[in-house]
Design a protein around this ligand. Structure first.
Ligand SMILES: C[S@@+](CC[C@H](N)C(=O)[O-])C[C@H]1O[C@@H](n2cnc3c(N)ncnc32)[C@H](O)[C@@H]1O
Length: 215
C-alpha cells in the first residue's frame, strides 16, 4: 500500500489514544534541548508500547536505552499494582532531565533509573524475572542484549526491539555497512530461534516483537 509521506502517520496518530500531556511536554523539550531528538519513541509507537503493557499488566519491565524517558513512561502505564520498571541509560548528561521527567509522570515510585553501561548494570538485575523487556540502545549489541536477558524473561513474556528495519536499508543488499549487517544477522537469528516466536511490525523504524515460548 503506497501512501503519501506523513499522511499515514498523521492518520494513525489521529485514530489512537491522544498523547498524554506529560509525554507531549517531554517530546517538546527533547526536541528543544537534546541531541538526536528523533530517537524518542513518539506518539504512535508510544501508544503501542503502552497498549502491550496494559495487555500484559507486567510486574516487572526492563528497558535498555532510556534516552529522555518517553517510552519508560508509556510502558509504566500498564504496570500491575506494585509493578516496577528498571531502565538503563549510559549518558549521565540525561540524568537530571530524566529525574524531572519521571517526577512529573505519575509513576516516579515505579521507575528505577540506572545510569551506566547496560553490560555493567545488568548483572545487578540478573536475579529478576521480567514480563517485558524493551531493547532500544546501541543497535550493534542487540543480539548480545537478547542473549543476556532471555533467561530473565518469563515464558510468555515479550522482548521488544526498536529500529530493526533501518529505514528499509535492511531490505537492500547494496547496504553492507557494519551496523546494517549486524541488524540483518539479528533479525535472521531471532527468526530461527526455537525458544521464541517473532513478528516485525513495520511501524516507524521497525519494531520486532519477540515472545518467549512456554517450553
Ligand atoms: C534510541 S534512544 C532510546 C529511546 C527511548 N527508549 C525512547 O523510546 O524514547 C537510545 C538510548 O540508548 C542509550 N545507550 C546507548 N548505548 C547504551 C548502553 N551501552 N547502555 C545503556 N544505554 C545506552 C543512548 O545514550 C540513548 O539515550
Amino acid at each position: 500500500m503506497e501512501l503519501p509521506d506523513g499522511l499515514l502517520q498523521t492518520y494513525l496518530e489521529n485514530h489512537c489514544e491522544p498523547e498524554p500531556p506529560v509525554l507531549q511536554k517531554i517530546a517538546h523539550e527533547t526536541h528543544l534541548k537534546v541531541l538526536r531528538p528523533h530517537m524518542i519513541s513518539g506518539h504512535y509507537q508510544g501508544r503501542l508500547l503502552s497498549f502491550f503493557s496494559k495487555l500484559l499488566q507486567p510486574k516487572a519491565i526492563l528497558e535498555i536505552g532510556t534516552f529522555t524517558g518517553y517510552a519508560t513512561i508509556c510502558l509504566a502505564e500498564g504496570l500491575a499494582e506494585n509493578g516496577e520498571i528498571d531502565t538503563i541509560e549510559v549518558n549521565p548528561e540525561l540524568e537530571e532531565m530524566l529525574k524531572t521527567n519521571f517526577s512529573t509522570s505519575g509513576f516516579v515510585d515505579k521507575i528505577n533509573l540506572y545510569i551506566g553501561e547496560a553490560f555493567n548494570i545488568f548483572p545487578l538485575l540478573s536475579h529478576k524475572i521480567y514480563d517485558i523487556a524493551f531493547i532500544d540502545a546501541d543497535k550493534r549489541n542487540n543480539y548480545k542484549y537478547y542473549e543476556l536477558i532471555l533467561d530473565n524473561i518469563r515464558p510468555g513474556g515479550l522482548i521488544l526491539v526498536d529500529n530493526i528495519l533501518r529505514k528499509g536499508k535492511i531490505l537492500d543488499n547494496k547496504h553492507q555497512e557494519n551496523d546494517i549487517r549486524l541488524l540483518r544477522e539479528f533479525n535472521d537469528k531471532i527468526t530461527v530461534d526455537a525458544r521464541v516466536e517473532n513478528l516485525i511490525l513495520p511501524i516507524r523504524d521497525g519494531l520486532m516483537i519477540i515472545r518467549k515460548k512456554q517450553l
